[in-house]
Design a protein around this ligand. Structure first.
Ligand SMILES: *Cc1c(COP(=O)(O)O)cnc(C)c1O
Length: 389
């Protein structure tokens, strides 16, 4: 700012144009600053749209998180948005147009399933919904020239089904169809070697990890991210710089947290698996899990979500059980420092018919537990007390 005239300015002018302090070259802050400013002063030298201009379009704090996430996931570029679901909807609205066809799977985060199945058709985009174990039908579901995208999750909610990622990619790419994967349950460090066109994460979960930020990310080729960015800027799903900074802070302990999450979840899964009042446990790390073999091939860590079904002999349904727990909190979401549990039938399947619900293991007796960072002995003790009537 040209401030030679400062001393001549009157009070209201000085109040609104404070002296700006910039870091001394060679003396930067060790941690990235949070740039709250919505506006940046436009420079004469550089093309305007290579500069930071307006906060909805770009911001250095937000960009720093994008660059970090692209790097961590071995992708050319990344965009962060105001929630995980904004990443899912934004990627599709950014890349698809009326007349296009997309394929997804029943075993999907509910709002994503509702968006693809019920909302995209309003914009002339049709959706086929397969079952994740119906990959034999994937190729014949592709409509040449119309199918643009296959979207899936792995592991899935709530029963931790494992998608055969390589198989999906091979079928899709053979027909020039893009693949987008929601890898939230597995975390940002997994599946990075697969040729997935769009890797989506709800950063709200393990990445931020502390349950105090909503955020989402899409990583992929520069050209695809650029196309998505044009749409999401216009939709206004921008991530706030304060939130971006919190996610970046959360990421510093990501690996430490994830290791502990997985260790604790493994112990909890083993405990539940041998308990006579538990009918069935779903955790990819258990050799009894239906996706165990594939998970071992594809994943380095089995995550922290453990789902299980109460034995009817227990005399309690999932809601009663969740309320009986004392340490483990009855709450939605996952990948948090606290252990949280929710009955599957309340939140995950009310848009599905009874057969789909049953096949997906959504019932009044099943629960999804996200194991936190407490001492696993205390978590197990809490489950034990709730199981002993
Ligand atoms: C939570 C979640 C989302 C949505 O993320 P938000 O940040 O809550 O919008 C998407 N996919 C999966 C698998 C999730 O668990």
């Amino acid at each position: 700012m040209k401030s030679e005239n400062r001393k001549n300015w009157k009070l209201n002018t000085r109040l609104n144009h404070p002296e700006r302090i910039s870091p001394i070259p060679g003396n930067p802050p060790l941690l990235a600053p949070i740039y709250h400013s919505v506006k940046f002063v436009v420079s004469e030298g550089t093309p305007y749209w290579d500069q930071f201009i307006y906060g909805r379009v770009s911001n250095p704090t937000v960009r720093q998180l994008e660059v970090l996430l692209a790097d961590l996931q071995n992708k050319e570029d990344c965009i962060v948005l105001s929630s995980g679901i904004a990443a899912i909807t934004g990627s599709m609205l950014g890349l698809l147009k009326s007349g296009d066809h997309v394929i997804t799977f029943r075993e999907l985060y509910k709002p994503a399933r509702i968006f693809m199945r019920d909302m995209l058709p309003r914009f002339g985009i049709t959706t086929s919904v397969l079952k994740l174990n119906q990959l034999d039908e994937l190729e014949q579901t592709i409509i040449p020239g119309k199918t643009k995208l296959i979207h899936f999750e792995s592991p899935t909610n709530p029963n931790l089904d494992i998608a055969d990622i390589q198989r999906i990619i091979e079928v899709a790419h053979k027909h020039n169809v893009l693949v987008s994967m929601d890898g939230t349950f597995a975390g940002i460090h997994q599946h990075t070697d697969f040729d997935i066109d769009l890797m989506i994460h709800s950063l709200t979960k393990f990445a931020n990890g502390h349950g105090d930020v909503l955020a989402g990310s899409i990583a992929g080729k520069k050209s695809l991210i650029q196309q998505i960015r044009q749409m999401t800027i216009t939709l206004g799903a921008t991530l706030d710089p304060q939130a971006a900074s919190l996610v970046e802070r959360g990421l510093k302990t990501y690996q430490l947290r994830f290791e502990r999450h997985v260790k604790n979840a493994g112990k909890v899964a083993e405990f539940l698996n041998q308990h006579p009042k538990i009918k069935k446990v779903f955790y990819p790390g258990l050799s009894t899990h239906h996706g165990h073999e594939l998970a071992q091939k594809q994943m380095s860590d089995m995550g922290a979500v453990v789902s299980f079904v109460l034995d009817s002999g227990l005399g309690m349904n999932a809601d009663q059980f969740a309320h009986k727990l004392q340490l483990i909190q009855f709450a939605v979401s996952l990948g948090a420092t606290e252990s949280i549990i929710c009955p599957t039938h309340i939140f995950f399947g009310d848009d599905l018919g009874p057969v789909d619900k049953e096949e997906m293991g959504i019932s009044p007796y099943s629960l999804r537990l996200s194991v936190g960072l407490e001492d696993s002995e205390d978590v197990i003790a809490d489950l034990k007390q709730a199981l002993s009537l």
